[in-house]
Design a protein around this ligand. Structure first.
Ligand code: ADE
Length: 342
């Protein structure tokens, strides 16, 4: 999500963000559940968070700093919004790359209200001087400002309101140890089951007043890479096809035809996934192949391959990461209709 200015999400939750509001984001925001009861799946994470929230509320404390990690589109931002809503406080939203200088973060921290939540998306991309400001802020609710330059420079400690930092990352291992150690709660978000994705599609279709039958929902759910963001995006595309090419209702026929038009296969592999697997199987004989070699071969950047393409392919058993490089499995060869090359 590209984040820039200020937006408001849900009752009682002012979201300060660097937000380029476009159609997709407006659509995503409309579908975001605003409380735990509307949030489907991630049962353990939800249960734990509800216990921690209640405990913090009962003690009159802020929730401990929390980090969510996992592939994109699984609902990390949504959970941060639900947390802030549950505590009836504000959520300030920013991202690692948006915080260029320590002053950017210092200014956000000093403008927080007592009990606010600060959400930093892509927290693994914080620059070190900015990250260092966070250490004392997280631990002591204070920041050390450097006044002046050169030999006469001195530091001044400034208290900031008690707050909860919610970090989100697709790459937990890229967090430095000092930052990782300062989170009280570390929650991993998992890919969703097809049944849960089906429930999300039904819920979203209800909100958007889209007509979709249960057979179509079931087929569509299997093609969403177990990811709510993709489910909501595909639902929208199905609606386009249903309204323009068919009679407005999403049926099995509409889903099958439309997925074909979008180059999405029966297991939800999109064009990039298929290209990645084909390259690994056909050009590199199933591997092992290095990340940089594969990235060059398909013209995709390494971070996209690692964060977006591979987690799902690994989870579905199409490939493995080995010390010698990426390797396709028999399942991948079968899926592509290739007999394994020897
Ligand atoms: N939209 C995005 N993630 C969701 C979830 N887990 N449940 C319901 N709607 C969602």
């Amino acid at each position: 999500m590209a984040i820039e200015e200020e937006m408001v999400a849900g009752e009682g939750t002012a979201v300060t963000a660097n937000q380029t509001t476009n159609d997709t984001e407006a659509f995503e925001n409309k579908l975001r559940p605003t409380d735990f009861s509307g949030y489907i799946g991630q049962g353990e994470v939800k249960q734990n968070l509800q216990v921690f929230l209640t405990a913090a509320k009962n003690r009159g404390e802020v929730l401990d700093h929390t980090v969510f990690y996992g592939p994109p589109g699984l609902g990390k931002t949504t959970l941060a919004m639900i947390l802030a809503d549950s505590m009836k406080t504000q959520l300030r939203v920013t991202s690692g790359p948006a915080l260029e200088k320590p002053g950017d973060l210092a200014s956000i921290l000093s403008n927080l209200q007592e009990g606010d939540f600060l959400f930093i998306d892509e927290i693994h991309r914080l620059r070190m001087p900015v990250e260092e400001i966070l250490y004392t802020a997280m631990e002591d609710f204070a920041i050390d400002l450097v006044i002046g330059k050169g030999p006469s420079a001195r530091t001044m400690r400034l208290n900031v309101p008690r707050f909860t930092l919610v970090g989100a990352t697709t790459q937990f291992s890229k967090l430095s140890n000092p930052l990782r150690d300062r989170f009280g709660h570390v929650e991993k978000l998992r890919f969703y089951e097809d049944g849960e994705i089906g429930q999300i599609i039904t819920r979203s279709a209800g909100i958007l007043e889209i007509k979709i039958d249960s057979e179509a929902t079931e087929i569509l759910a299997r093609c969403c890479r177990r990811t709510p963001r993709i489910a909501n995006r595909l639902l929208r595309r199905m609606r386009d096809f249903a309204e323009v090419v068919h009679d407005g209702k999403i049926t099995k026929k509409v889903v099958i035809e439309s997925l074909k038009n979008l180059s999405i296969d029966v297991q939800g592999l999109d064009f990039s996934d298929q290209e990645y697997l084909k390259t690994l199987c056909e050009k590199f004989n199933g591997g092992p192949a290095g990340l940089s070699t594969l990235a060059a071969a398909i013209g995709e950047d390494e971070a996209t391959i690692e964060d977006v393409i591979e987690p799902f392919l690994i989870r579905e058993g199409f490939m493995q990461k080995t010390p010698r490089g990426r390797m396709a499995t028999d399942t991948a060869f079968m899926h592509l209709g290739l007999s394994e090359l020897s």
